[in-house]
Write a protein that binds this ligand. Structure first.
Ligand code: FPP
Length: 239
């Protein structure tokens, strides 16, 4: 089975903000700020490519709660700032926003901001920006299992009804296609609890560039790399 050569859904692990700042003798928060700027630039770049329908970015992992309280607070403030500065132009450009992760752990004002943003952009369809916040893939799968277990206990479904498709519908990413390509910047080659279920057949691309330095050109290189790969999804090569 061969797939189309264009990557429609790109997922990104935006790694390297801390090292970018350290290399310049700057505090970590400057690295994150530059990282947010890099995301803003990349979104503009993606808007120019009609093949791209979904972009999912790992902005704050469940494990990131273990970072120093001051860094967590800086990241949350950056999120507030990003929305204040960018939301109206994202909406004007017709970008739909979705959020995945455990929202209950976020401050109440951020939870409200996420819900309002999703509602305001729900009718857009050309490009969806999905932001993973307080996100861990294992936790997401466990939450989905809890939902299905409750339904089974109430008698709404039988345990034998549970299929991969049903589980998929209970994930935070319901309605979002699996990523075609997952990019990780910053030199490490691991998934770090990001989209483990959804990436079963995703092509992986690792690059050494630190996230704040990641440009549209780097992104296009990753897309070219993807276009050269043959995706068989477990099937045989078709000549
Ligand atoms: C990893 O870099 C990055 C993060 C933990 C946060 C990612 C956040 C952004 C790119 C900006 C915020 C986004 C929004 C939506 C406002 P690291 O600190 O682990 O880098 P290191 O590996 O070099 O230390």
């Amino acid at each position: 089975m061969q797939s189309p050569r264009a990557a429609c859904h790109i997922a990104i692990i935006m790694d390297g903000n801390g090292r970018w700042a350290a290399q310049r003798g700057l505090p970590t928060r400057k690295g994150h700020r530059e990282g947010a700027e890099s995301l803003r630039r990349l979104l503009k770049h993606c808007k120019k490519n009609p093949a791209i329908t979904h972009l999912t970015v790992y902005a704050f992992s469940q494990e990131n709660w273990k970072r120093p309280a001051s860094e967590v607070a800086d990241l949350m403030d950056l999120l507030r700032y990003f929305f204040k500065a960018e939301l109206e132009s994202l909406l004007k450009e017709g970008v739909r926003l979705r959020f995945i992760g455990d929202r209950s752990a976020l401050d109440a004002d951020i939870q409200t901001m996420l819900a309002e943003t999703e509602a305001r952009s729900a009718h857009f369809s050309q490009l969806t920006l999905c932001i993973a916040l307080s996100y861990g893939s294992r936790q997401e799968i466990a939450r989905a299992c809890q939902k299905l277990a409750s339904k089974a206990l109430s008698g709404a479904i039988a345990p034998s009804d549970i299929s991969p498709e049903m589980l998929e519908r209970a994930l935070d990413t319901h309605g979002i296609p699996d990523p075609d390509l997952l990019i990780r910047t910053g030199g490490d080659e691991r998934l770090s609890n990001f989209l483990l279920w959804q990436s079963a057949y995703t092509e992986l691309y690792f690059c050494d560039v630190l996230w704040p330095d990641f440009s549209g050109e780097h992104f296009d290189q990753a897309l070219e790399h993807f276009a050269a790969r043959e995706r068989r999804f477990g099937g045989r090569h078709v000549a």
